[in-house]
Write a protein that binds this ligand. Structure first.
Ligand SMILES: NC(=O)c1ccc[n+]([C@@H]2O[C@H](COP(=O)([O-])OP(=O)(O)OC[C@H]3O[C@@H](n4cnc5c(N)ncnc54)[C@H](O)[C@@H]3O)[C@@H](O)[C@H]2O)c1
Length: 415
């Protein structure tokens, strides 16, 4: 074999994984059909931000190809392709199906096929069955199939690949040990289980987070209804209480959280519960706009500054960010929307221009650079003196979801 491991799909999951394997001395083939991405990598440039990844790229050799079939030149084939959800609450496995079709005729005895992508329960067994149907290889003894889900948070890949337990749900007796050996190079604990349990553990890791954030978001809406302060109520719940606590509100989305719940929902015995969780998180932009209108009146022709397009703090990943929904909803109110984000690839206004004369400002992403007293002082200097600040993240610690800049700025000046 020319390569120890092939990574199919050099996205936010696949590329850092490929680089980490290479950094541990494995001969790695990275495969992607995005020519721009391959071009960036050939030029030695990370196509997106991931802490520590640029250094790994500079000190490691990564063979590259745009043909999935080339993955058959590696002992281990790791699939890190996208698994979106159709809008009718069903996993879209077309990218995985395409990979299987391109690989089926090329596979040899002794290889392993590992699903690293997040998948609906039953998908790993489906992949095994598909290989049985489309190859002459015996699954479990000749071709080893497993699900080894990715649970690392964006921005922490290089650190967490070495510490987070690596769950492996393998099909057939020998597959688990073989795939475990591959991932053991990272030194993190290897936890063997069944494919179904690995799939459930991954999607429920994300469902738990999605639900955990929906609760404070719903509480935020309740507080507005009753004239209460959400940050005060959260403090009352959490202070010195020994049985857990509630998270804080915010814009809860991103490619994983926004769709992974659907992989449970598509066959749920209690359909609707997770859809309701999604509805709460998805309603936050509209809820904030309505609160804004209640306080300052119609937004037609008013200047509204949106801070942040990324789906979470300090990432340049804006896929499935709720900020885009917020901007669309503001535009439907005929507001003049100006957006600033210092990290994302989309073109946005400068901080100064976005703030200029703003009648309202919504903090959509709590990037570190927004959270400083200096940033607040800039807002006070450039926005309209009557500017209403909407800050579900409580970036500056004033504990006010809606506050006029004049209420915050004197205190900001004193800091
Ligand atoms: N992004 C995350 O933080 C994260 C975390 C955990 C799990 N996951 C899961 O991992 C999987 C991958 O996520 P991602 O964010 O890296 O996705 P991504 O869209 O960033 O990466 C997929 C890559 O596959 C490439 N690709 C698509 N079709 C191809 C083809 N036919 N041939 C070759 N390359 C092709 C794309 O160009 C892209 O670079 C998904 O299942 C996702 O749910 C993602």
């Amino acid at each position: 074999m020319n390569h120890d491991v092939a990574i199919v799909g050099l996205g936010r999951v696949g590329l850092p994984l490929a680089l980490c394997f290479a950094d541990h001395g494995l001969r790695v083939l990275g495969i992607d059909n995005d020519q721009e991405r391959l071009g960036a990598l050939r030029a030695g440039r990370m196509p997106f931000r991931e802490t520590g990844a640029q250094e790994l790229l500079e000190r490691n050799e990564l063979a590259l190809s745009d043909r999935i079939a080339d993955a058959a030149q590696a002992t281990h084939i790791v699939i890190t392709l996208g698994t979106p959800s159709f809008s009718h609450i069903e996993i879209d496995i077309s990218q995985i199906r395409q990979a299987l079709d391109e690989l089926a005729g090329e596979l040899h005895a002794g290889q392993s096929l590992i699903l690293r992508s997040t998948v609906a329960p039953g998908t790993t067994d489906y992949v095994a069955a598909y290989l049985r149907a489309h190859t002459t290889l015996e699954v479990g003894s000749e071709i080893h199939v497993a699900h080894a889900p990715e649970r690392i948070a964006a921005g922490r890949f290089v650190e967490e690949i070495h510490t987070l337990p690596c769950i492996i749900g393998a099909v057939g007796a020998d597959s688990g040990a073989l795939v475990g050996e591959l991932f053991s190079v990272f030194g993190a604990p290897i936890v063997q289980t069944t494919p179904i349990q690995a799939e459930l553990a991954k999607i429920w890791t994300n469902i738990l987070r999605y639900t955990n954030f929906a609760l404070p978001n719903l509480l935020m809406m309740d507080c507005e209804q009753y004239g209460a302060n959400v940050f005060d109520v959260i403090e009352l719940i959490n202070r010195d209480y020994p049985r857990g606590g509630i998270a804080r509100p915010g814009f809860t989305a991103g490619t994983c959280l926004r769709k992974d719940f659907a992989f449970s929902e598509e066959r749920s015995y209690a359909p609707g519960m997770l859809l309701a969780v999604s509805r709460v998180n998805e309603s936050v932009p509209l809820f904030l706009i309505r609160g804004l209108i209640r306080r300052i009146g119609a937004l037609e022709g008013r200047r509204v500054c949106v801070l942040g397009l990324a789906f979470k703090a300090d990432t340049d990943d804006e896929r499935d960010s709720l900020s885009h929904k917020l901007v669309r909803l503001l535009e439907r109110e005929l507001a003049q929307v100006a957006v600033h984000d210092p990290l994302v690839a989309s073109a946005t206004a400068s901080f100064e221009d976005a703030l200029s004369g703003a009648d309202a400002l919504i903090v959509a992403t709590n990037h570190s650079s927004f959270r400083s007293p200096a940033a607040l002082a800039q807002i006070a200097a450039r926005a309209s003196p009557e500017c209403l600040i909407v800050d579900p993240w409580d970036c500056w610690g004033f504990g006010q979801l809606f506050a006029y800049v004049a209420e915050l700025a004197p205190e900001a000046g004193a800091q």
